[in-house]
Every structure is written in structure tokens, then in C-alpha cells.
Design a protein around this ligand. Structure first.
Ligand SMILES: [Zn+2]
Length: 141
């Protein structure tokens, strides 16, 4: 199973967070919830979406300028919502099944998924406060 090295925002310890896990990743040192931001392929998507957390799927491609603007925003959101929101990045060039599933004909497309159901979609690069508002509404609902 693929994983990504993520520094703990609280103590700085470098942890490996898995693409898929039933639980939620915590810092091995201080046990704080870790930001959960991973890259997933078509083959890993089902396991990446299999979580009780709200999932924000980022459908992007390396050549897409607006996608590069959204990337650091998603990194910050993963930290801000550690333990609540998982960010799953999918490169649509390499993963056509995921692109089709979320209707990513235009990118960036952000899809919100809960319990394997798409509960929201945002097309195009949106400013961070717009994403925060949307996430807060979904977490409250
Ligand atoms: Zn820590």
C-alpha cells in the first residue's frame, strides 16, 4: 500500500500516512491527528475513499495552472481539518476511471465524498474561504 511522509504539525515528527486505512492517522510521537493528504490511482481509489472522514478528491493534472494554485490551499486545508477531512489527489491524465466517475471534464474539479457518495462538487479554482465555507457546511450537515 502506498503511503506519504507527512510531518506532524504539532511536534514535527515525520510519519507515514497510508493511502487507505479504516482508522485515522495519528502522530507516532505525540498522537495528534495528522493531515491526511495522499495521491491515489484508479486502483487505489476505492481504498482511498473508504473512510469515515469527509473526503475531498482533487482531480488535477500537471499541465493545469489553476490546479497548481489550488494545491497549496489543499495542503493547508488538510492541516486545518486534520482528523476530519481527508484530501485525495488524483492525476486525471493517469487515472481515467476516477476522472470519469467524478465528471472531471474540466479541471481542477473538487469532489466531496462521504461514505463513498459524492455529496458536492466544485469546478474551477476557488479561493480558500469558499472551500472552508463548503467544508464547514458539509461537516455540520
Ligand atoms: Zn506529533
Amino acid at each position: 500500500m502506498a503511503s506519504r511522509v507527512t510531518p506532524c504539525p504539532d511536534c514535527g515528527t515525520k510519519n507515514r500516512v497510508p493511502v487507505g486505512s479504516a482508522g485515522r492517522p495519528r502522530c507516532a510521537s505525540c498522537h495528534a491527528d495528522l493531515p491526511w493528504l495522499v495521491d491515489a490511482t484508479d486502483a487505489e481509489l476505492a481504498s482511498a475513499l473508504s473512510t469515515s472522514q469527509l473526503v475531498l478528491v482533487d482531480l488535477w493534472a500537471p499541465w493545469c495552472g489553476p490546479c497548481r494554485m489550488v494545491a497549496p490551499v489543499l495542503e493547508r486545508l488538510a492541516v486545518r481539518y486534520a482528523g476530519q477531512v481527508k484530501v485525495v489527489k488524483v492525476n486525471v491524465d493517469d487515472n481515467p476511471l476516477a476522472a470519469r466517475r467524478f465528471g472531471a471534464s474540466s479541471i481542477p474539479t473538487l469532489a466531496f465524498v462521504r461514505d463513498d457518495e459524492t455529496v458536492g462538487r466544485i469546478v474551477g479554482a476557488q479561493p480558500e474561504p469558499v472551500l472552508v465555507q463548503r467544508i464547514n457546511a458539509l461537516l455540520a450537515g
